[in-house]
Design a binder for this molecule. Structure first.
Ligand code: ATP
Ligand code: MG
Length: 345
């Protein structure tokens, strides 16, 4: 970890800004924000109309002069000013006043494992603009591992899979540090897109991204596994006529469409295991891997990974908020630091 637990303990607020959701943890108050990372803007006046779930609900339903923007893309804050305005609104006036009273506000922010300097800078600047005097950056993988109670400080390997919306991060951790890690640019969004593309090409049916979730569940019986129902009825809009239409979708074909993004994830897991020292791989065969992140909830993903890797796969208790809650636990001093003192004598 690049930042010490001691420094984190002095922070007041922890922030995890993802491509899909923004989460804020305030020391002493707990998780205060868990909302979609979206803002609706009036393009004529530049004014903010809505943020969070209200803004997301407006997606695709707005008149010309309202635009729904997403200030975070692929794990990076791409529009710092909009990210600040959105966060300010999401945090709310009362809490903002409490935070303003802190003379030296310190913030901790999760950043993806291989975030480049520009993306780190954007995270720092966003928080500085909100009044933070000091910003600590913590690797999402470490925060998430702490958040789901993995024994990261032990000299044995643990494997974590952070299944986000824009990317999937895989790592093997031991002694509180990352041994090997990969970030695969495939997440929940790519999986949903694959389903939308499939329906468009095979059935000439347009389906908004928001409507894909029911299809995940319909694919289930057993999710993306073989034993789900053979076909399921989906309502959408005909690509040619523009009229509402429903089709019976063959679930085996949808599973086929998901093959490409899921294989990319499996390749990334394979790469991490290949880069890992054999002693640690032996630990992993027993302990398996833990999945966190919103996409860990994709029905059947755990079974698919179990079948493909032959390793035990667990889903964290609260996969979606694991990273921010892990960061919160570090802020509140609930994590004991690992002391690696030189042996005397
Ligand atoms: N019950 C569910 N079933 C399937 N997918 C889900 C479910 N709940 C959330 N997701 C997916 O999880 C993703 C959001 O996960 P998460 O909140 O971890 O993303 P994020 O942290 O904003 O993204 P990132 O870390 O990649 O920037 C979305 O793509 C969403 O479709
Ligand atoms: Mg995330």
């Amino acid at each position: 970890m690049t930042v010490s637990l001691e420094q984190l303990r002095r922070c007041h607020v922890a922030v995890d800004m993802g491509a899909a959701r923004t989460r804020v943890f305030v020391k002493g108050a707990g998780l205060v924000v868990d909302e979609p990372s979206a803002a609706a803007v009036n393009t004529r006046t530049g004014g903010l109309i809505a943020v969070g779930r209200f803004a997301e609900e407006m997606t695709g339903r707005t008149p010309d002069y309202i635009r729904v923007v997403r200030p975070v893309s692929g794990g990076t804050i791409v529009d710092i000013e909009m990210a600040q305005r959105m966060l300010r609104q999401l945090i709310g006036e009362k809490l903002r006043r409490t935070l303003r009273r802190k003379p030296r506000l310190r913030a901790a922010v999760c950043t993806p494992h291989d975030a480049d300097p520009l993306s780190r800078r954007a995270a720092v600047e966003t928080m500085v603009g909100l009044g933070a005097r000091r910003v600590e950056l913590v690797d999402t993988l470490i925060a998430a591992a702490v958040g789901c109670g993995m024994p990261v400080e032990q000299p044995e390997a643990t494997m974590i899979l952070v299944c986000g919306s824009a990317s999937t991060q895989v790592a093997v951790l031991s002694l509180g540090a990352i041994v090997t890690a990969e970030r695969i640019p495939v997440g929940g969004q790519a999986i949903d897109n694959a389903i939308v593309q499939h329906l468009r090409q095979r059935h000439a049916l347009m389906l908004p991204l928001q409507s894909v979730r029911p299809l995940h569940i319909a694919l289930h019986g057993n999710g993306i596994n073989q034993d789900g129902p053979e076909s399921t009825e989906i309502h959408g809009r005909d690509v040619v006529t523009g009229l509402a239409r429903s089709v019976h979708v063959d679930t085996a074909a949808v599973r086929e469409a998901l093959h490409t993004p899921l294989t990319t994830v499996l390749d990334g897991i394979g790469q991490v295991l290949r880069d890992c020292p054999p002693e640690l791989v032996a630990d992993l065969v027993d302990r398996g891997m833990t999945m966190v992140g919103g996409s860990a909830l994709l029905p059947g993903l755990d079974t698919m990974l179990r079948d493909a890797t032959g390793m035990p796969v667990h889903i964290a208790e609260r996969p979606d908020t694991a990273a921010v809650l892990g960061l919160g636990a570090m802020l509140e001093g609930k994590i004991q630091p690992l002391v690696l003192d030189p042996l005397s004598g």
